[in-house]
Design a binder for this molecule. Structure first.
Ligand SMILES: O=P(O)(O)OC[C@H]1O[C@](O)(COP(=O)(O)O)[C@@H](O)[C@@H]1O
Ligand SMILES: [Mn+2]
Length: 665
């Protein structure tokens, strides 16, 4: 490009304006120099530890445990400090205390005879471990992580160097004082939480927080409070986001899944949404119907009475039928979704109780459709419409749900590029030959593929929730959000169809098949991965794709590592309902300064057992990649930003030195 004199002058003006602004923050040569030195020092620190989790599916107890133990990271730190001096039992005890300080302290108070001695030893140990965990951060960063109440004391205690051992008395004086004034418990709790926080620098959740398990709302509470987190939306997450936006098809589906897994507590207690209207409706229209195919799946330890389960089966069927009707409305108003094959209610012969699919007639195992008018099978009855209005208003007015969903919008996205890794939940639509599939979006008929497809979808999902001034755009956004849940070219779903109707109503399993996108056949193809890295602007030599969504069936010999380590699938089945197939209870991934570790977890018994019996989740760690040289902050995305900041500051220094900008003293 050839620049004109004017361009040069304009560029110079802008630079000068920027440097003037910067000089407000660093008004002297000395202050700019100090900042450069600080930033340089940070660049040389080891890279912070990243923690990847996916497909939590409401399993709040195992999730919280893995978050607390940092996928074994806390145990590793304890072993590094005390491996030679403490017994396995003592290490376990210390680990349990750090994971569950409040609950563990309660037990200690009942058991310990000399509590003061215990406090003293424990506080010393916690200080040593926190020092180890904080080692790779700048003091500033550690300071920010400190609990306000004890910030000064902890900083004093943590930064004692070996050369300061004569200060021993000073430090033991502090610890004694903490015990004497009766703040030891609070101090131990604060230290434990600090350690939990320091071992993980960044948490990535590769989708599917919601559905099936009992406590997605509890998981969301933890996530919203976490110090540094991002989420790549999964198909189940967008379903809830669509419901919170007011899409009635999404609301019906959310409720169907909650009824299917007897998980209405999440709706009622978690989000304060009243289920009475659905229960009353179900009793009115399905009272004499046994709803045999809709018996809920009981995976939790909670005991339900027969009557409870009978009522839930009726609610389950009632909301499923409403879901099929509402889905039909979307499919008909959006022909470019290409989902006409999912219009099934009009293929039913209501008097015979059969359905015709692909030229074959199947008998329905349930022939009772009290709310369907065979001439207009997609039309909601007056009562169904009123019910959905009530439910919609409850979803829109649930403060907690709206707060959680807003968090998914602010901290989440369709995909994320982070330190040379590309994270997304499901897949990228590709053709059989591995080339990116072009998909039509919107009535304008524009085609999108690869990265631009993801970007466009993300804008539309956001419009579905936020575009309140434009009802048409909002409705389209909501429909796209629903499409992401179940559409044939949805990157979050990745299958040709969701055979929900067939699974309930037809016994013949050949109708239940959901064909996976060609992406999943090509997952082992390095060529496809390289093409994806290039599309997303990543270096194919060093990058990884990280996916969730498809449970890795370890039992049947599947491996989470694909395409020579370029692609990793970390859905190991936190979901209890899927553990029979996977054989484990989930994979998590750790990316620290030494490399990439894949951790597979055995099923987690319960928080109670973890505390009382000091039983940690049993995990196996596998080193996937070991760095030849320890990775530093300078090698990360944050490092890149810091290097750019240093460059700017150096320019400011030059400007001061040649008198272009005056120091302000
Ligand atoms: O086993 P369930 O809970 O009935 O769900 C089955 C449905 O869930 C899906 O697997 C989608 O959920 P996932 O994203 O968790 O895989 C559908 O493909 C399938 O129809
Ligand atoms: Mn999924």
């Amino acid at each position: 490009m050839i620049y004109s004199n004017d361009d040069v002058i304009q560029g110079f003006d802008e630079e000068l304006r920027y440097l003037n602004l910067l000089s407000k923050q660093f008004p002297t040569i000395a202050s700019a120099c100090t900042e450069i030195i600080n930033l340089q020092a940070i660049l040389n620190l080891p890279k912070g530890t990243e923690h990847f989790l996916s497909d939590i599916h409401g399993e709040c107890e195992s999730f919280n445990h893995v978050i607390k133990n940092g996928s074994g990271n806390i145990k590793r730190k304890i072993t590094e400090v005390y491996g030679d001096t403490l017994s396995e039992k003592e290490i376990k005890s210390l680990a349990t205390l750090i994971y569950y300080p409040e609950q563990k302290l309660e037990i200690i108070h009942k058991q310990e005879e000399d509590i003061e001695e215990w406090y003293r030893i424990t506080i010393y140990r916690l200080i040593e471990i926190s020092r180890k965990a904080a080692f790779k951060y700048s003091r500033m960063k550690v300071r920010k992580a400190l609990p306000e109440e004890f910030a000064y004391i902890i900083e004093e205690l943590m930064h004692r160097g070996p050369e300061e051992y004569d200060k021993e008395e000073y430090y033991s004086g502090i610890i004694k004082a903490i015990i004497k004034i009766g703040r030891a418990d609070e101090f131990i709790i604060a230290m434990s939480k600090l350690i939990q926080r320091l071992v993980i620098d960044r948490l990535h959740i590769v989708g599917d927080i919601f559905d099936r398990g009992p406590g997605a709302d509890v998981v969301m509470d933890t996530i919203t409070k976490y110090h540094s987190v991002d989420i790549q939306w999964g198909n189940h997450d967008v379903l809830w986001m669509g419901a919170a936006a007011g899409s009635v098809a999404c609301i019906a589906t959310v409720l169907r899944i909650c009824a299917r897994y007897v998980n209405l507590d999440t709706i009622e207690d978690g989000y304060g949404i009243n289920m009475l209207p659905l229960a009353t409706f179900a009793l009115e229209f399905y009272n004499s119907d046994e709803c045999a195919s809709f018996k809920p799946i009981v995976e939790s330890d909670k005991i339900y009475t027969d009557n409870d389960l009978k009522l839930i089966a009726k609610m389950h069927k009632a909301i499923s039928i409403i879901q099929f009707k509402l889905e039909g409305e979307i499919i008909k108003r959006r022909p470019h979704f290409n989902m006409e094959d999912r219009l099934l209610l009009n293929k039913i012969n209501y008097s015979e109780g059969t359905i015709e699919l692909n030229g074959k007639t199947y008998s329905l195992n349930d022939k009772c459709f009290p709310t369907i008018n065979p001439d207009k099978p997609y039309e909601l009855t007056q009562e169904e419409r009123e019910l959905m209005e009530k439910l919609k208003s409850s979803f829109l007015n649930s403060e907690k749900l709206q707060k959680h969903v807003r968090f998914l919008f602010s901290n989440g996205s369709m995909y994320l590029k982070f330190n040379s890794n590309l994270l997304y939940h499901g897949c990228i639509p590709v053709n059989d030959d591995g080339s990116f599939k072009k998909v039509k979006i919107g009535s304008s008929g524009k085609y999108y593929s690869g990265k631009s497809y993801f970007d466009r979808l993300e804008i539309l999902v956001r419009e579905g929730y936020f575009h309140i001034n434009n009802p048409e755009a909002r409705l389209y956004g909501m429909d796209i959000t629903w499409y992401l849940w179940t559409g044939p070219d949805s990157p979050l779903f990745g299958k040709d169809k969701m055979t929900t109707f067939e699974r309930y109503f037809i016994d013949d399993k050949e109708t239940h098949v959901e064909k996976k996108s060609p992406y999943f056949k090509l997952e082992d193809s390095e060529k496809m991965c390289r093409m994806i890295f290039e599309e997303f602007g990543l270096n194919p030599e060093v990058s990884h794709i990280i996916n969730g969504h498809m449970p890795v069936k370890l039992k049947s010999g599947e491996s989470p590592i694909r395409a020579n380590g370029k692609l990793l699938v970390i859905d190991g089945g936190f979901s209890r309902a899927y553990q029979k197939a996977t054989g484990i209870a989930g994979y998590t991934l750790i990316y620290n300064s030494y490399g990439l570790l894949l951790v597979s977890h055995d099923p987690f018994e319960s928080t109670q057992v973890a505390i009382e019996e000091e039983k940690d989740i049993h995990s196996t760690t596998m080193v996937l990649e070991k760095e030849v040289e320890r990775k530093r902050v300078r090698d990360t995305d944050d490092g890149e930003k810091l290097i750019a900041q240093i460059k700017d500051l150096e320019m400011l220094l030059d400007a001061y030195r040649i008198g272009l900008i005056k120091e302000q003293r």
